[in-house]
Design a protein around this ligand. Structure first.
Ligand SMILES: C[S@@+](CC[C@H](N)C(=O)[O-])C[C@H]1O[C@@H](n2cnc3c(N)ncnc32)[C@H](O)[C@@H]1O
Length: 245
């Protein structure tokens, strides 16, 4: 039996109960969901996702541990794995929340963490330049299935959507004096090299997160968290709960 990672064109692996829960909650199509202990998975649903117990009851099929291990390299501690159809929905034409742009990110865990942040903050989407596939199984694992709660796509630097571009860089102007508009693109450089020349040239503003002297930079996902929090803090609490459309 071949592993799912190599076999499922157009689908992504949802690794564990939480990834399945998020994906289903945000409308993913899930053709197959497996549990090594179906009753335990449904008990988890009762506890953590009572809104989804009926749906998950209809989706989950029980398989022996050996079957799950043959399909998934390291089965999740919850003993749940599923396949979801990848969602290539485009960004909304009119946006009421920022788009996060990751300029040639390298670390799959960072990209997943950023997608999770974007989903939680209600950002309009996450665009990545460069070669990393933002739907790579390692990224979906790190996002806890929250790819389906925002728009996630790869994009050429020359094809970024319209909107004022705020490029984050320690050499920029302090973000505390600069409100972020809802239609902003907020761009972040790669873990090793920072912002590319292409993004710098396209930027309308170069923006810095406050940092103690002698510290060179924050981690990429941390920088996104601080920036999205800055945007959210500038909005009324009810507006900050929006869906980014
Ligand atoms: C790990 S840092 C990149 C460090 C890289 N060695 C460099 O030369 O820029 C990844 C990205 O996070 C953002 N970032 C990190 N710290 C920041 C800060 N203090 N202000 C603004 N952006 C920051 C920037 O977009 C940066 O390109």
């Amino acid at each position: 039996m071949r592993r799912w990672r190599r076999l499922a064109d157009g689908t992504v692996l949802l690794d564990g109960f939480h990834a399945l829960k998020h994906a289903v909650r945000f409308g993913a199509r899930v053709p197959l969901a497996l549990a090594e202990d179906r009753a335990a998975a449904l008990a988890l649903a009762e506890e953590l996702a009572p809104d989804l117990t009926g749906t998950l009851d209809g989706l989950l099929r029980e398989v022996p541990r050996g079957t799950l291990s043959a399909l998934v390299p390291r089965p999740h501690p919850t003993g749940v794995a599923a396949l979801a159809v990848r969602d290539d929905t485009a960004l909304p034409a009119v946006r009421s929340a920022p788009v996060v742009v990751l300029d040639d990110p390298r670390h799959l865990g960072n990209v997943g963490a950023v997608i999770r942040l974007a989903a939680g903050a209600g950002a309009a989407g996450v665009l990545t330049t460069g070669t990393v596939d933002p739907w790579h199984p390692g990224v979906v694992r790190a996002s806890a299935g929250l790819h389906f709660a925002t728009c996630v796509r790869r994009c050429e630097p020359s094809a970024l959507p319209a909107g004022p571009l705020y490029a984050l860089d320690p050499e920029g102007r302090d973000i505390r004096g600069l409100p972020l508009p809802d239609d902003a693109l907020v761009a972040f450089g790669s873990e090793r090299h920072g912002l590319s020349d292409a993004l710098r040239e396209r930027a309308d503003h170069l923006v810095a997160l406050p940092m103690r002297v002698q510290v060179s930079s924050y981690n990429l996902a941390t920088s996104v968290a601080m920036t999205l929090y800055h945007w959210m803090a500038g909005r009324a609490p009810e507006a900050a709960r929006g869906d980014g459309a």
